[in-house]
Design a protein around this ligand. Structure first.
Ligand SMILES: Nc1ncnc2c1ncn2[C@@H]1O[C@H](COP(=O)(O)OP(=O)(O)OP(=O)(O)O)[C@@H](O)[C@H]1O
Length: 233
């Protein structure tokens, strides 16, 4: 279980609080108005933002004091964070050896397997610019898969893709998360993404990241702040 206990985050005048638990291997959407603090929440869990107070723990072990790389999680950002000057294989090798060191036969096999998992078998020699937008998303997802962490955080990962491709990527994400038995927390602006991917949703609004609620009922009958946002989306 990923637990956010008495979490208080502050960014200028902006405050966000969270007290909630997320099940291992669960799939959750994070939804809420623009500026509500969805990215702030993910960044804090990942260790890119300091906490004012509170603790984050995984299976009872607090990891608030660990650096981002030491935390039991992998994060995928909207811009895919692939290095443009490196081949896909080299980009993926960095997931296994963040220090840039050489990887052995076992590592190469893992990379080939991750590429096959996301439908990019044989494309490891290309640079990101030689891939389509959808293929770049797949490569970035392969990088997260390779890290084999029990928690995957995705901040609007596929928003640049068209609806059909996005749906395909969400299904692929569900498949790989299932294989790794990873907990997935995905920020999205699209209620259809949440319905498709996540049985439960964390609503972030009015300074609070709320405990997860069943996605369908939340979206069918949204509280006013969410209704206004969804209506204007
Ligand atoms: N570096 C910063 N300095 C001051 N305020 C910030 C900073 N970063 C974010 N904020 C404020 O924190 C609040 C939450 O921002 P955040 O990016 O987490 O929202 P979000 O829900 O992810 O929004 P969006 O859906 O538009 O991406 C916003 O009100 C924003 O203005």
């Amino acid at each position: 279980m990923l637990e956010l206990k008495g979490l208080h985050l502050k960014e200028g005048d902006f405050d966000l609080r969270a007290d909630l638990g997320l099940r291992a291997a669960g799939r959750y959407a994070v939804i809420g108005p623009s500026g509500a603090g969805k990215s702030t929440l993910l960044d804090a869990i990942a260790g890119f933002r300091p906490l004012v107070s509170g603790a984050v723990s995984w299976n009872g072990q607090p990891f608030t004091d660990l650096s981002p790389a030491e935390r039991p999680l992998a994060m995928l950002f909207q811009d895919n964070n692939l290095f443009p000057h490196l081949t896909v294989d080299r980009n993926l090798a960095l997931a296994l050896r963040p220090d840039g060191g050489r990887i052995g036969a076992e590592g190469r096999e893992k990379i080939a397997q991750a590429l096959a998992d996301v439908g990019l078998a044989g494309m490891g020699g290309r640079k990101p610019a030689q891939l389509s937008g959808g293929q770049q998303s797949r490569a970035a997802l392969a990088r997260v898969v390779l890290q084999e962490r029990p928690i995957m955080l995705l901040d609007e990962p596929f928003s640049a893709l068209g609806p059909a491709l996005k749906a395909e990527m969400l299904d692929l994400l569900a498949k790989v998360a299932d294989r790794l038995q990873a907990l997935v927390l995905i920020v999205t602006h699209d209620p259809n993404d949440a319905r498709r991917f996540a049985p439960e949703t964390v609503l972030v609004s009015e300074g609070i990241a709320h405990a997860p609620q069943p996605t369908g009922p939340l979206l069918d009958n949204p509280p006013p702040a969410l209704a206004q946002y969804l209506g204007g989306a």
